[in-house]
Design a protein around this ligand. Structure first.
Ligand code: RIB
Ligand code: CA
Length: 335
C-alpha cells in the first residue's frame, strides 16, 4: 500500500522582500508541499513600497498571480523611524538587478488583516511564516488577541540563540528592527518556531549554485543575477569569500517540514527590550543542553539549532527547474 502523503502546509508568508526573501517566496510558491495562501509585505530590508513591489513581482514571476499580496507596516510598532538595509539587498531590494517595473496590485486591506482573515477561514491549519521584522504579526495579535488559538503556529526567520548577532554583537536584523513587535510575538501563547542565525549562517549559496540557477529558465537566471550583489556583501561582511546565507527560505522549509531540523529543543525564550547594548537579543534557555533538553514549564518556542546544510542544493534545483518567468522580459532581457 502506498504511504499517504501529508497535505501541503497552508501558509501565509510575511516578507520584507530583499534578495533572500525572494528565494523564500519562490520556494513557497513552487514547492508542492506548500499551499501558499497569501503573502504580506513589511518594511525592513527596504521601504514598504519596494517590499510590496518585490513581493508582487516574485509571485507573478513564479506564475502565481493567484496568490494575493497585502501591503503591511511601513515602520516599527512604536513609531520609531525605520532603518533599512539597502547596502545588503541593493537599492531595489533585488541586488540592483531588477527592473523596478510595477507588476500587479496589492489587495485592499493590510497584511495583518489578511493574516487574521485567513486564520479564521482555516482554523488550526495556517502557519504564519514571518521572515522580516515582526511588525505585521504583532499588529495582527493586537487586532485579534485570539489569533494564537486560530493558527497552526508561527515560524520566524529571526533571532540567534548561540550564534552572534548580525546587526549588533547579539541582535539579529529582523528582531533588532522591531524588538517591541518581536517581544509581543515571543510572548503570545502559540507554537513559535525560531529559525535564527544558528542555522541560517550555516546554509550558504556560492557561485557554483548561481551557475546552476543561470543554466535554468529565466526564473533561475533572474535569481542568479540578484544573488551577485548579495554574495559581494557577505564576502565583505561575514565570510571573506563569495558566498551568501539563504536565511528566509530555511524558515519556509522548516514550516513546510521539507527540512526537518536535527536539533530543535522547545524552551523558554524572550526578547531583550530597552536601550542598552543587548536591545533586540533573543535569550533562549538552553541550559538543558547537556541533559537532552528536559521539559520546561510554559515553554512554547522551538529553537532550531541544526539543519541539513544541503538544503541549498535542494532550493537551487527547484528554482532552476521552474522554467521561464511569467513576467515578460524587457529589452535587456531582465524580468
Ligand atoms: O538577519 C537576516 C534577516 O534579515 C533576513 O530575513 C533578511 O531578509 C533580513 O530581513
Ligand atoms: Ca527577510
Amino acid at each position: 500500500m502506498q504511504e499517504e502523503r501529508a497535505k501541503p502546509q497552508k501558509m501565509v508568508l510575511d516578507c520584507d522582500t530583499g534578495v533572500d526573501d525572494t528565494l523564500a517566496i519562490l520556494y513557497a510558491a513552487l514547492h508542492p508541499d506548500v499551499e501558499l495562501l497569501a503573502v504580506g509585505s513589511v518594511w525592513g530590508n527596504v521601504d514598504i513600497a519596494t517590499a510590496t513591489r518585490n513581493c508582487l513581482h516574485t509571485v507573478h514571476m513564479a506564475g502565481r498571480a493567484d496568490v494575493p499580496v497585502a501591503r503591511g507596516a511601513a515602520g516599527p510598532l512604536i513609531g520609531t523611524p525605520p532603518v533599512y538595509a539597502y547596502h545588503v539587498h541593493g537599492d531595489d531590494g533585488q541586488g540592483n538587478a531588477g527592473t523596478g517595473r510595477g507588476v500587479g496590485a496589492a489587495i485592499a486591506g493590510t497584511a495583518a488583516e489578511q493574516m487574521i482573515r485567513l486564520a479564521r477561514a482555516h482554523p488550526g491549519e495556517v502557519e504564519i511564516v514571518a521572515v522580516g521584522p515582526l511588525t505585521n504579526v504583532a499588529l495582527a495579535l493586537g487586532l485579534c488577541p485570539e489569533l494564537p488559538e486560530l493558527v497552526h503556529g508561527v515560524t520566524i526567520m529571526g533571532g540567534a540563540a548561540l550564534a552572534p548577532g548580525n546587526v549588533t554583537e547579539v541582535a539579529e536584523a529582523n528582531i533588532w528592527c522591531d524588538p517591541e513587535a518581536a517581544a509581543a510575538v515571543f510572548n503570545a501563547p502559540w507554537r513559535l518556531t525560531m529559525v535564527g542565525l544558528d542555522v541560517t549562517m550555516r546554509t550558504t549559496l556560492d557561485d557554483g549554485h548561481r551557475a546552476r540557477l543561470a543554466a535554468g529558465g529565466t526564473i533561475g537566471q533572474y535569481t542568479s543575477r540578484i544573488l551577485d550583489h548579495y554574495l559581494d556583501y557577505f564576502a565583505a561582511a561575514s565570510f571573506g569569500e563569495r558566498r551568501s546565507c539563504l536565511h528566509d527560505a530555511l524558515a519556509v522549509a522548516v514550516a513546510a517540514r521539507t527540512l526537518v531540523p536535527s536539533s530543535a529543543p522547545t524552551v523558554n525564550a524572550f526578547v531583550v527590550l530597552g536601550d542598552g547594548p543587548t536591545r533586540g537579543q533573543t535569550v533562549c534557555d538552553l541550559r538543558g543542553m547537556y541533559m537532552g533538553y528536559p521539559h520546561q514549564d510554559g515553554a512554547h518556542c522551538r529553537v532550531v539549532l541544526e539543519t541539513d546544510p544541503h538544503f541549498a542544493d535542494e532550493i537551487v534545483a527547484l528554482i532552476a527547474a521552474a522554467g521561464d518567468s511569467a513576467v515578460p522580459l524587457n529589452k535587456e532581457g531582465r524580468t
